[in-house]
Design a protein around this ligand. Structure first.
Ligand code: HEC
Length: 387
């Protein structure tokens, strides 16, 4: 690229990090403002030597990060509390702790994107792609193994003679005059560059297509796809009835599972006996499971004070005479198969946990309807929870 005869700046090459830091200090002390240092790797203490102020980029990051947080929180507030309020696990509509992860992500996203875009536009002046230091001997050296300083001609104090003198007093190993490029700017979208973009697009999409649609179906990558197994609902030639899904062999019992003989019956017989004693561990387990699975509807103390804000019918209190007179088996049965609108919990709560919940409900019931004798026993330290 041709250069004009208008001076852009004067550059000097130094051989060691110590020399360039010293040079930077001297140049800054002389009062030059518009100068630059180029080194092949970052040097500690350089910004201090050059008397650089902290970068303004941080303000862009801060402003966009804060607006990201604000936007995320306002948006979630609007969506979750105004536009489409939903009870999730009995939490309030504006459940701030649940919003933190999303707000954090949006903060980080906006902060990082704005930093990169700010760097490219405000600091590097994109889309301007012309910089007269490009393509100079100076740039070749400082991007390999030398250290360099440039003082730009538009600095207020600039005088060719003085700058040259300064560099020679600093023992610069070579000094170079750099002139502006002849043309003011170069188009970004040159045909060559556009062809390169096109080539990259074709190669990446071609490779992706090949990998996802062809390669994965070649041996050995296809071993996962074609294996001796049946998908759900698929026919099997192996069995005479052609059913792929086989019924359980009669009398099989799955591990950890006990057959329940009262399925579909309304009233379990009194033969369904609680196998767990109300020990501390069992009550702890029962409390834990009750609070997770039952309390959103039944309330923390089984008073029927649902946290679902009327989005599900409120259950009756479990402290009624009716509920207190239920056998343990009856409560177990209700938890297992549900009752009217109350859903079944067989698939979510294990058999043992269901019995533990029954014990916990018994403890709640007894606590709310304590007898005179309970108080005496409590005072004497004799309270036996299993009674
Ligand atoms: C989605 C809300 C909801 C959840 C969760 C829930 N229940 Fe219920 N429960 C109800 C409703 C509503 C009723 C009343 C059903 C009816 O009309 O018979 C009820 C009834 C009951 C009854 C019978 C009360 C009576 O007097 O007839 C018992 C016992 C019971 N629930 C225990 C539990 C236990 C234990 C859990 C936790 C495993 C639980 N429920 C979880 C809503 C719920």
């Amino acid at each position: 690229m041709k250069r004009s005869n208008k001076l852009f700046g004067i550059s000097a090459i130094f051989n060691s990090p110590n020399e360039i830091i010293h040079a930077a200090k001297v140049i800054a002390d002389y009062g030059y403002k518009n100068f630059d240092i180029n080194t092949p790797y970052p040097l500690h203490g350089m910004d201090k030597a050059m008397k650089l102020k902290p970068s303004k980029l941080g303000y862009i990051t801060l402003a966009f990060g804060l607006s990201g947080a604000l936007f995320a929180i306002l948006f979630m507030f609007w969506a979750m509390s105004i536009d489409y309020p939903q009870v999730i696990g009995g939490k309030p509509f504006f459940a701030f702790p649940a919003f933190i992860p999303v707000a954090f992500e949006v903060t980080v996203l906006l902060a990082t994107l704005s930093t990169v875009i700010g760097l490219l536009t405000f600091v590097f002046g994109f889309p301007n792609n012309k910089q007269s230091l490009h393509d100079t001997n100076y740039m070749k050296k400082v991007s390999a193994d030398k250290f360099g300083a440039v003082i730009y001609a538009d600095d207020q104090q600039f005088s060719e003679l003085k700058v040259k003198e300064l560099f020679s007093s600093l023992n610069a190993s070579s000094v170079e005059l750099i002139y502006y490029f002849e043309k003011e700017s170069y188009p970004i979208f040159q045909p060559k560059f556009l062809m390169l973009l096109l080539a990259v697009a074709v190669v990446t999409s071609g490779t992706t297509y090949f990998v996802l649609n062809k390669l994965l179906f070649m041996t050995p990558f296809n071993w996962m796809v074609y294996q001796d197994r049946l998908s759900a609902q698929e026919k099997s030639e192996f069995f005479s009835d052609n059913y792929g899904a086989r019924p359980k062999v009669e009398g099989t019992v799955a591990r950890g599972f006990l057959p329940y003989p009262f399925a579909g019956q309304n009233i379990p017989t009194e033969t369904l006996v609680n196998p767990l004693l109300p020990t501390k561990e069992v009550l702890k387990l029962g409390e834990n499971k009750y609070l997770s699975f039952c309390s959103p509807c039944h309330g923390n103390y089984a008073d029927g004070d649902s946290r679902l804000r009327g989005q599900f019918p409120n259950p009756p209190t479990l402290h009624s005479t009716r509920a207190r007179e239920f056998s343990d088996g009856m409560i177990y049965h209700i938890v297992t198969y549900g009752q009217n609108v109350m859903p079944a919990y067989e698939s979510q709560v294990t058999r043992e946990e269901r019995w533990a919940i029954v014990n916990y409900i018994r403890a709640l019931q007894r606590a709310k309807n304590a007898k005179e004798s309970d108080i005496k026993e409590l005072q004497m330290g004799l309270l036996d929870a299993s009674k």
